[in-house]
Design a protein around this ligand. Structure first.
Ligand code: GLV
Ligand code: MN
Ligand code: MN
Ligand code: MN
Length: 420
């Protein structure tokens, strides 16, 4: 892409950039898959090993590493006694067959940006107002333990700690049980934030198409995620006559199609999917008794989302009649289109201008920990381009030049926020 050739007028030399790229390659080895991706689901062995690696890296940079009660990992630069923190980071957990960049890039960029910002401030004798913290939020992906964005939801008080610790994976292991032996369950609430910043790959094609290096995120799409249980009756898949069947998998399949048809009614404004399904008893000669599925609606218009919810509920009734099943629709996680603070967008825009980086305003369709944080403290969210928009896929890719431009950009934002 043309954006990959854009070089920021960074004050850092190429050695520091080389170290960043080396660190990025080292971190991509945790949970590496044969096809060039990663599998680092929350609190699994590769996630734990990678967190230990990050703790060492942060300590080498002179930061104090602490954990809060839900296992969010922080690297603290304490330079203004008693002052709150500019909290900068993302997540290192991943989907089961994921790319190397989603989340991980943002945590490593935060580690380097906070270090660069702190050293530049010190070298210039600046007198900043805030302390700095790197954060690796626990369980952003929610693939092993739903809901997603769990660590930042607990940190901001949106999700009770006890509820989060009690969530169980498919094997029946709870978050608390998975974290307890790791040493990542702290006994305090984590540092107090004054501001938050996050950088992430775009996971779409907007920046690539316009040849722009930096996305200044001004708002997110709204989301509603449902846990759906379709109840039928177990039967012999050969012997039972068709009229007698109450096939839960037929009901679930009709819901998958209904979700797609819903999106087709609002082209470009509504995205829908069923991404996960558990079929019981999931056996070849058995009509399914029960299916649990997760249905995800995203819209960049809250009225469209409310209308989609209404139509979905009508479709559920139709599916119940057609497949002779009963359907429980439970809204499990939702957020609205609250904008990011305009002051943060302007601050980031002046940073991009100083560095000579092309930039544009953009909305995030995917959820991020910053979506939780922006309701808590003023928050700056930045994007760098994703090649062909590929994400939640092992083929995810962002050019080195774009990662480095993003790092310079994040450093500039951290310095500006830290100055107060
Ligand atoms: C998380 O990434 C989400 O978009 O739900
Ligand atoms: Mn992510
Ligand atoms: Mn993700
Ligand atoms: Mn995400």
């Amino acid at each position: 892409t043309s954006s990959a050739r854009e070089v920021p007028s960074s004050t850092e030399g190429s050695d520091a950039d080389t170290r960043f790229l080396e660190d990025f390659r080292s971190m991509s080895a945790f949970g590496a898959t044969p096809s060039g991706g990663v599998d680092r689901q929350a609190a699994t062995e590769p996630d734990i090993a990678q967190r230990r690696w990050l703790a060492e890296l942060l300590e080498e940079k002179g930061m104090r590493v602490v954990y809060d009660r839900i296992g969010n990992q922080f690297g603290l630069v304490e330079r203004v006694p008693g002052a709150p923190y500019v909290v900068v980071g993302s997540h290192m957990d991943s989907q089961p067959t994921a790319g190397r960049f989603d989340g991980a890039y943002g945590v490593l960029a935060a580690a380097h940006a906070v270090d660069r910002a702190a050293r530049s401030d010190e070298a210039e004798g600046a007198s900043p107002e805030y302390n700095l913290a790197v954060v690796n939020w626990f369980n952003e992906e929610g693939s092993r333990f739903a809901p997603s964005m769990m660590g930042s939801a607990v940190y901001t008080g949106k999700l009770p700690l006890e509820t989060a610790l009690a969530v169980r994976d498919r094997a029946g292991v709870s978050v608390g049980e998975a974290l307890a032996p790791t040493g990542f369950l702290g006994e305090t609430d984590g540092p107090e934030a004054a501001f938050c910043a996050e950088i992430h790959i775009e996971q779409g094609r907007v920046l690539e198409r316009s040849g722009t290096t930096i996305g200044l995120v001004e708002a997110c799409w709204a989301a509603r995620k449902y846990r759906v249980v379709v109840n039928g009756e177990q039967a012999h898949s050969g012997a039972t006559v068709m009229e007698d069947r109450r096939d839960a998998l037929l009901g679930a399949s009709l819901l998958v199609v209904a979700a797609r048809e819903l999106a087709d009614r609002f082209p470009g404004v509504l995205h829908t999917a069923v991404g996960s399904m558990d079929v019981y008893p999931n056996s070849p000669v058995v009509v399914a008794s029960k299916v649990e599925l997760l249905l995800d609606l995203r819209a960049d218009d809250e009225e469209v989302l409310a209308e989609a919810d209404r139509i979905l509920r009508e479709q559920v009734i139709r599916v119940e009649e057609t497949a002779k099943v009963s359907v429980d629709l439970h809204l499990s996680h939702a957020w609205g289109i609250d904008p990011y603070q305009p002051e943060g967008v302007s601050l980031a825009r002046s940073g991009a201008e100083r560095l000579g980086l092309s930039h544009q305003r953009i909305r995030t369709v995917a959820g991020h920990d910053s979506v939780n944080m922006k309701g808590h403290v003023p928050t700056v969210m930045l994007f760098v381009p994703s090649v062909e928009g590929i994400s939640h896929n092992e083929g995810e890719y962002t050019e080195d030049g774009d990662m480095l431009a993003g790092l310079a950009m994040l450093t500039e934002v951290v310095r500006r926020l830290g100055a107060g």
